[in-house]
Structure formats: structure tokens, C-alpha cells
Design a protein around this ligand. Structure first.
Ligand code: KG4
Ligand code: ZN
Length: 353
């Protein structure tokens, strides 16, 4: 019986993450260093700054992941690292670190696709989850509907033609003057609970398109116009806003969320129909990526999935947002099938990556 132990490293965006998992699906350690403070100060990710922030903490994050798992490099079976998609400056920091760990302990390397990792972590969470299954991936940069037929065999049924839903959440939070020290999504979700979701009439995107694609740019514009019409001043924090203004902001947050998620529901429903035509044995819809940590999103999609006679698999929030566990696990799945690179040569020059 195999017992594989894989270190995963993730630096594609603004979090520096590392984790160790084994082939029983046990998470031996998980470490994340977030750039939330930087993000709040500059109102978004600036690649050069993010790269420096990754470079500053990467050694410590990886060391901590090994220490917490009570392991050293020589106990590992392989090293997995996100190789894309993402900010190339940031990805490099993770890849360089992975290569140096792998080369110093003579370990194989597995390059991991970030969105595949968001998808496959569901198989660590739900050990019964077999291929083929459907997946909805919702994050800051991606909005995908996928039919996962087998490991490495994916059919994309839909994507966004402009922005992803996470981007719409983030802009809505910014324009509503919400606290951005954590990402915008959770702030909008929280404020939406105080609002009337039917008070502002936003149009559901792409009603007339009979496909599985998404569009959030138009909804973003609708939200911006509604905020301007209500004369909401994002310079005034929510805490200092009058009761009346707080209510106006909450109403916009709730109305935005309702329509943003309705769009997901409609396209998911169609994608499940398409998916079942191709693979009638599908039993599950996986929902993952940062936005999948939203409780309203989870509840609404659970309804869709039930209507279609399927089961929803949604990882816990800590595994939905960017993390090292999903990378380690995806690396492990590929490694098991012999899909990996040999250990990199020792003393390789830094710019060889
Ligand atoms: O997957 P992720 O951590 O990073 C990317 O690969 O993009 O997703 C980040 C996105 C951000 O847009 C963030 O605002 C959103 O996920 N997000 C949420 C929630 N938590 C994170 N959106 C809505 N509700 C949430 N609770
Ligand atoms: Zn992500």
C-alpha cells in the first residue's frame, strides 16, 4: 500500500501558501500568508509588489508547512507547484522554491494548473467523488463550467466573456465603501444580509444566450450606476454612514448578490443538462474557487443540483479560496499516474526557471 506525501506550493495571486497532504487525503499541514493589508492599501493586486511580498515570505511559509507536518524534505515523495494561470512574476517565486526543494532532496516535481487544483481538491474532501462529474469554478479571475471526464480530461462547457463573478463582488465592495482589509466578497455577503434583495432592479445577464457562458461586466456597470444614483460616497466608511445610507448600501449589495447568483444558477442548470447528455453517469456538481465560500451561493446552487437529481460537493471555505492543499493534492493525483518531471539538477542557476 502506497503512502505518498506531497508538498504543494501556491503563489499565483496574492496569497503565499504551502501544505503537505498524503495519499489517504490527510492534510498534514496548511500555511497561508496573505497580502490582505497590501491589497487594502492599494485597492488591488500590483504584480511587482505581490512578487516582492511572495519572495519575502516563501521560505518561511514552506519551512512552516514542513515543521507543522513534523517532516523534513527527505520524507516527501514529490513537490507540486502551481505553474499557471496567474501573475507570471508571482508564479516564478513558487516555481523557483519548488525546484530548489526538489533538487536538494532529489524529488520529482509536478506542475499544477491552478483551476484543476480548485476542481480536484473536491476529491480530497469527498472521497466518493468519481469521474465523470460537473464543476463550476468561481473566483476572482475565472468563471468556468467544466465536465471532468477523467484526470486531465476536461471539457469546458462555459466561461466568462468578460469578468468573473469574484471581480464583480470585489468592485461592488470597493464602490460601496466596504472594508477591503479582507477581500471584497465576504464584505458584500455580510452586508447583503441586512438588505432587501428585490429593492434594486438589476437585469440578469445573457438571458437571451442559450449557452453556458457568463458575463459580469454589464452587471458591474449596473451596480456602479445604482451607486451613483443613490449618491453613495465610497469615501465614507460603512461604520460612519447614516442609518439611511447604510440601508441603501445593503439593498444594493443584496440585489447585486441575488442577480449575480441567479446568473450562476441559470447557466449551471443548462450545463448540467449538457453534461448529462455527454456523460449520463454524472452524479455530482463540484462548486469551488473563492466565491464558493459564500453561503448564499452554496445554498442556491444546492437547490439547482437537487432539482437535477445530483449531489453538490463544495469544499470548506479554507479549501475554496486559494490554498496549498489543493495544489499538493492535485500533484499527488498526477504523481500516482506517473505524470511528473524528474528532479531538477542541483545548483541550477536562478534564471533557468
Ligand atoms: O480562488 P480565489 O481565492 O483566488 C483566485 O484564484 O481568484 O478567489 C478570490 C475571489 C475574490 O474575488 C473574492 O472576493 C471572492 O473570491 N470571494 C468571495 C467570498 N470569499 C471570497 N466572493 C463572494 N463571497 C465570499 N464569501
Ligand atoms: Zn484561485
Amino acid at each position: 500500500n502506497e503512502n505518498l506525501v506531497v508538498l504543494g506550493i501556491e503563489t499565483s495571486c496574492d496569497d503565499t501558501a504551502a501544505a503537505v497532504v498524503n495519499s489517504n487525503g490527510e492534510i498534514l499541514s496548511q500555511v497561508i500568508s496573505s497580502q490582505a493589508e497590501l491589497l487594502a492599501r492599494y485597492g488591488g493586486v500590483a504584480p511587482k509588489m505581490a512578487e516582492e511580498a511572495h519572495a519575502l515570505v516563501i521560505d518561511q511559509v514552506v519551512q512552516e508547512a514542513l515543521d507543522k507536518a513534523n517532516l523534513t524534505g527527505k520524507d516527501l515523495t514529490a513537490v507540486a507547484v502551481t505553474i499557471g494561470p496567474g501573475l507570471s512574476l508571482c508564479l516564478r517565486i513558487g516555481v523557483q522554491k519548488a525546484r530548489s526543494v526538489a533538487s536538494s532532496h532529489n524529488l520529482p516535481l509536478v506542475g499544477v494548473h491552478h483551476m484543476e487544483a480548485h476542481t480536484l481538491v473536491a476529491r480530497l474532501v469527498e472521497r466518493e467523488l468519481q469521474f465523470p462529474f460537473m464543476a463550476l469554478l468561481v473566483s476572482g479571475g475565472h468563471n468556468l463550467l467544466i465536465l471532468a471526464r477523467d484526470l486531465g480530461d476536461y471539457i469546458q462547457l462555459g466561461t466568462t466573456i468578460d469578468d468573473a463573478i469574484g471581480e464583480a463582488y470585489d468592485k461592488t465592495a470597493k464602490w460601496l465603501g466596504l472594508d477591503l482589509r479582507r477581500s471584497g466578497g465576504p464584505a458584500v455577503e455580510e452586508l447583503a444580509q441586512e438588505g432587501d434583495a428585490k429593492s434594486v432592479k438589476f437585469k440578469v445577464p445573457m438571458k437571451q444566450h442559450k449557452d453556458c457562458n457568463f458575463s459580469y461586466a454589464g452587471l458591474k456597470t449596473q451596480v456602479r450606476l445604482a451607486i451613483e444614483a443613490k449618491r453613495i460616497n465610497a469615501g465614507i466608511s460603512l461604520a460612519s454612514a447614516s442609518d439611511e445610507e447604510r440601508q441603501a448600501r445593503a439593498d444594493i449589495a443584496a440585489s447585486f448578490q441575488r442577480v449575480a447568483v441567479l446568473h450562476l444558477e441559470e447557466k449551471c442548470e443548462r450545463a448540467i443538462k449538457w453534461g448529462l447528455n455527454i456523460e449520463p453517469s454524472i452524479n455530482h456538481l463540484v462548486v469551488s474557487g473563492g466565491v464558493a465560500s459564500n453561503k448564499y451561493v452554496r445554498a442556491r446552487l444546492d437547490e439547482v443540483v437537487k432539482r437535477k437529481g445530483l449531489k453538490l460537493v463544495c469544499p470548506p471555505p479554507s479549501l475554496c479560496t486559494d490554498n496549498g492543499v489543493m495544489v499538493a493534492w492535485t500533484g499527488l493525483e498526477h504523481f500516482r499516474l506517473g505524470r511528473f518531471d524528474p528532479p531538477p539538477p542541483a545548483n541550477e542557476p536562478e534564471d533557468a526557471v
